[in-house]
Design a binder for this molecule. Structure first.
Ligand SMILES: Nc1nc2c(ncn2[C@@H]2O[C@H](COP(=O)(O)OP(=O)(O)OP(=O)(O)O)[C@@H](O)[C@H]2O)c(=O)[nH]1
Ligand SMILES: [Mg+2]
Length: 273
């Protein structure tokens, strides 16, 4: 088992809100697959956003067992999925960053495949639940319907074949997050802000099939009616960026380049002494 904190290869950011029955097994599964079996130097950052249940206690138990792997960030109001993801990314220091759900919908084996794809040279890995090889169980029918319509609209607006851009579970090279960020959105619309800003910046993205299961415990935090205007705002903002200032966006994408340096006054030696 490889559990050293210094310079993780992989940071997994997990926003969690009232997931007391899910977060423990979620962490156990991830650690088993990614740290114990695959031996990847990993930090798992759980961002608890004012949960009113025992989510935090469950995470603390895992910190006790794996102090060099699990970290807990406690946020204070105002809450929100996007705010939690942004906070987690700020604390993350791995070369590869994965946003992962606490409700056990995502599969640790897919997170491992994401990591391997980035190691192959891709900048981002976008899992899709709607391509050959994917495996989705218990997706709520209304949500599925809305999801398919929104993703189809995104495909037209952004000229892309990627078909699950609203899913948060994705992997990014650290530079992509640092260049496309700092992100601004507060709620579930961060899923679009992150994926579309990497897409319009022209990063090398691969889409792979993934598994997904509907939650078996707890309740959804995604209120589609409340989120509609937020998704629309993010979508339009990035759409206009793509058609009006795409050259500016792409010119920022210079990997590992320093855009500025401090100039020091070079004092000549005066000759005295
Ligand atoms: N920290 C934090 N986490 C959140 C917040 N809202 C949602 N989450 C977490 O984000 C993940 C996704 O939220 P879900 O409620 O599962 O949303 P969903 O996947 O669209 O809905 P389901 O169909 O119920 O799975 C879960 O791990 C939640 O615990 C929030 O406001 N703060
Ligand atoms: Mg969920």
């Amino acid at each position: 088992m490889n559990e050293t904190r210094d310079v993780p290869e992989l940071s997994i950011v997990i926003p969690a809100y009232n997931e007391e029955k899910n977060i423990g097994p979620c962490l156990d599964d991830l650690i088993e697959c990614i740290v114990s079996a695959a031996g990847i130097r990993t930090e798992i950052i759980v961002v608890n956003d004012n949960s009113s249940d025992d989510t935090e206690a469950e995470v603390l138990i895992r910190i006790q067992r794996h102090p060099d792997v699990v970290r807990l960030i406690r946020r204070h109001p105002p809450g929100g999925f996007g705010r939690a993801v942004r906070t987690g990314l700020e604390f993350a220091s791995g070369d590869v960053m994965i946003v992962y759900m606490a409700d056990r919908s995502d599969h640790p084996e897919d997170a491992l495949r994401y990591f391997e794809k980035i190691r192959e040279g891709y900048d981002c890995v976008f899992g899709s639940r709607f391509i050959d090889g994917s495996n989705v169980r218990n997706y709520p029918p209304t949500k599925l319907w809305v999801n398919r319509i929104v993703n189809k609209a995104i495909q037209w607006m952004f000229w892309t074949n990627m078909n699950d851009l609203t899913n948060a579970f994705k992997a990014y090279r650290r530079d992509v997050v640092r260049t496309c960020g700092p992100y601004k959105t507060c709620h579930f619309n961060i899923t679009l802000e992150m994926s579309l800003s990497a897409l319009i910046a022209g990063y090398r993205i691969v889409e792979i099939p993934i598994g997904w299961e509907g939650r078996t415990w707890g309740s959804t935090n995604l209120r589609m009616r409340e989120m509609g205007r937020r998704y629309l705002c993010t979508l339009l903002m990035l759409f206009f960026q793509r058609i009006l200032v795409n050259d500016d966006v792409r010119s920022e994408r210079l990997d590992e380049t320093t855009f500025a340096e401090e100039v020091h006054l070079e004092l000549g030696t005066s000759g005295d002494g």
